[in-house]
Write a protein that binds this ligand. Structure first.
Ligand code: G1P
Length: 297
């Protein structure tokens, strides 16, 4: 039987999302010595909150965090905080700022990735929770800023074409070696057929400058492929390599995100996100603009 072909239309609803958050965050040391990178704040929300908000907006119900040692604070962030809430209540303070941190009881699941063996391995660690359903993946380092959000835009495309989808954006050709890159086929609006996928290609071998930007909707058959996926770029088990094997077996498309993307895996990207979002905020934008003007003289 051809891979996955038992599922005739590949359009089951996407209810679950996997958040690989086991990384050590060494690029942000010493900030990330005791605090997970995903909890560093962009203005007043931790990075992970932006991804969870985006997921929720797209209709995701179940949140699967692939964590590791030292990452428990991420789970705490989405838990009830009795003392804090009681104290705030006692002082007559609004609990509204805590609203985004609430996840329905039973809908937050964590699994551990014991060893850092790559993104493909991290996703595979969630296989028992994902089961036989399509699922979304969010790489929280990539802050996708727009309305509707990136995953909501992808869901709209999924309802049309089903199968597997990745978000893409164009970068200057000399930057492609840091990313997964698609070989594009035909395009229609924001949707592009994916004919091939390569992880961290050399500039001269890259099939395009369209990079995979950290949002995925994948069919469950990916898990079987990941189980036997050998090491790829950087000696890691790469999600991209297993996804490439689905091409030709199942529908596979890319969605160009209509919005802004900030690479919060880099320090400059993090500062850019902070400034851009602060400038965009109704409660502080004007003040930040004045401050920035003064600073730049
Ligand atoms: C990962 C993926 C890559 C993708 C990138 C987006 O790479 O493997 O395909 O383009 O995220 O940020 P990493 O940043 O973990 O090296």
């Amino acid at each position: 039987m051809t891979l996955g072909m038992s599922d005739s239309n590949f359009r089951k609803p996407v209810r679950k999302a996997v958040f690989p958050v086991a990384g050590l965050g060494t690029r942000f040391l010493p900030a990330t010595k005791a605090i997970p990178k995903e909890l560093l704040p962009v203005v007043d929300r931790p990075l992970i909150q932006y991804a969870v908000d985006e997921a929720r907006e797209a209709g995701i119900e179940e949140f699967v965090f692939v964590t590791g040692r030292g990452k428990t604070a991420i789970v705490e962030h989405f838990d009830t905080a009795y003392e804090l809430e009681a104290t705030m209540n006692g002082r007559g303070k609004s609990l509204d700022p805590l609203e985004p941190t609430r996840i329905e009881p039973g809908n937050l699941v964590t699994v551990r990735q014991q060893v850092p063996m790559g993104l493909g391995h991290a996703v595979w660690c969630a296989r028992a929770v994902v089961g036989n359903e399509p699922f979304a993946i969010f790489l929280p380092d990539e802050l996708m800023y727009g309305s509707p959000g990136c995953m909501a835009q992808m869901m709209e495309a999924y309802n049309e074409v089903g199968g597997n989808l990745v978000s893409v954006l164009e970068v200057p050709k000399e930057e492609v070696s840091s990313y997964g890159v698609i070989a594009p086929g035909e395009s229609k609006g924001a949707l592009t057929e994916v004919k091939g996928l390569v992880e961290k290609p050399k500039v001269e071998e890259a099939p395009s400058n369209k990079i995979v930007s950290g949002r995925y909707i994948l069919q469950p058959e990916i898990m079987g492929l990941l189980a036997s996926q050998g090491k790829g770029a950087g000696g890691e088990i790469q999600l991209t390599d297993s996804m490439a094997k689905l091409i030709g077996e199942q529908p596979f498309h890319a969605v160009t995100f209509n919005g802004r993307r900030f690479d919060c895996g880099s320090k400059v990207g993090f500062v850019e996100a902070t400034l851009a979002i602060a400038l965009d905020r109704e409660d502080m934008g004007a003040e930040v603009r004045e401050m920035a003007k003064k600073m730049l003289g």
